[in-house]
Design a binder for this molecule. Structure first.
Ligand code: SF4
Length: 362
């Protein structure tokens, strides 16, 4: 059952959440400054600490991220300061933005090998650009509709992984629900099998691409090394070819299986592909972080390869895969929603009008 808060977030709880939001925003700003002024440390802090934590956080507590993400806070500045234009996002526009967010994700990730993983300045530039876009769409459209629930390139990953959060938290951004988007990805139950729902074509394409293609895309991405000193631009073709070809492969497998299996089992298929995506990520990422990567220095936080036995990274790989399989596929836990919907600002809107775009579609 979907919960709805009966009172607004206030007092100590609100203060703690505001402190957490300011703290995470300060960390984000600190990393941005490090990327500019001390790029080597900034690269480690962003690509080798913050980013590797993100997928597991989306799996177990996506609401915590949704409540504290610095880009979410940036997109809401104009709303908080009362100069947002508060335009309502149309269903068609939302579908388009959702597809653009997936495309952005697929374009940006391979460029990590080309430039972002080795250039603090380039990473700072793309983060600043994303923050400006978040601010702009947050200024133009109502509350979280355009950025957090549509265009943010991280949102497709949140939807893919965040089906079984460990706990539901209060919504620390929305004191009252202004029904900015319907259905709200924060406040409604993650769909077990999104793909059966009737939605706008763009939203459907975005979701099928993510569910079916993301495992292959991640595998392909890890087959390419990081390039330094501008060499990456010469290898741009191969940098994109690996993830895109592997993505096409898993997407085709997914579409065939989807056609073959019974309707009632399609949710399991979606969970299997989500598990594959996050497991493949950590299968490569954890060993690389501690010096056991395929390309020795790439993505390394600390070199423990001389201290740890060779079986240690294998143990890590199997442990994480088992954990995600259990959490996403076998765990019977049902997540009501990522965060608890606050009371409605306008009681007349208390029964949200659902449009044809489903929410956490996968
Ligand atoms: S809780 Fe309400 S105001 Fe907040 S994002 Fe969801 S629909 Fe928008």
């Amino acid at each position: 059952m979907i919960k709805q808060a009966t009172s607004i977030l206030k007092g100590h709880s609100l203060t703690y959440w505001r402190i957490a939001q300011v703290f995470v925003a300060a960390v984000g700003l600190g990393i941005l400054l490090l990327l500019i002024f001390l790029p080597e440390i900034g690269i480690h802090a962003f690509w080798n600490v913050l980013i590797p934590i993100a997928p597991i956080l989306f799996v177990v507590a996506v609401g915590l991220w949704r409540n504290t993400c610095p880009l979410a806070s940036t997109s809401l500045i104009s709303n908080h300061l009362h100069f947002s234009k508060k335009k309502r996002l149309k269903v068609k526009q939302r579908g388009r933005l959702q597809l653009i967010s997936v495309i952005l994700l697929l374009v940006i990730i391979p460029l990590r090998h080309t430039i972002f993983n080795t250039s603090g300045h380039a990473t700072a530039l793309i983060l600043t650009l994303l923050a400006l876009i978040a601010f702009y769409v947050g200024h133009r459209y109502h509350w979280k509709s355009a950025w957090c629930s549509s265009l943010c390139p991280i949102h497709p990953v949140e939807k893919l992984y965040g089906k079984k959060s460990a706990f539901e938290l209060p919504n620390a951004h929305c004191k009252l629900c202004v029904n900015c988007v319907s259905p709200c990805p924060d406040s409604t139950k993650p769909s077990k099998n999104p793909i059966k729902k009737k939605r706008r074509l763009n939203a459907n394409i975005a979701e099928v691409l993510m569910v079916g293609g993301f495992p292959g895309f991640i595998w392909g991405w890890f087959q390419v090394p990081d390039y330094t000193h501008g060499e990456g631009w010469k290898h741009l073709m191969i940098t994109y070819a690996y993830p895109i070809v592997a993505m096409a492969f898993t997407l085709i497998v997914f579409l065939i299986l989807k056609k073959m299996i019974a309707k009632k089992n399609k949710a399991i298929l979606v969970n299997l592909f989500a598990t594959a995506a996050v497991s493949i990520y950590y299968w490569y990422r954890f060993p690389a972080l501690i010096g056991f990567g395929m390309f020795h220095q790439d993505g390394m936080l600390v070199d423990l390869s001389q201290m740890l036995p060779d079986w240690f990274p294998v143990l890590l790989q199997f442990s994480t895969t088992l954990f995600f399989s259990w959490w996403i596929i076998f765990n019977k836990k049902e997540t009501a929603s990522w965060v608890i919907r606050p009371p409605y600002a306008n009681q007349r809107k208390s029964i949200p009008k659902f449009n044809s775009i489903t929410n956490k579609s996968f």
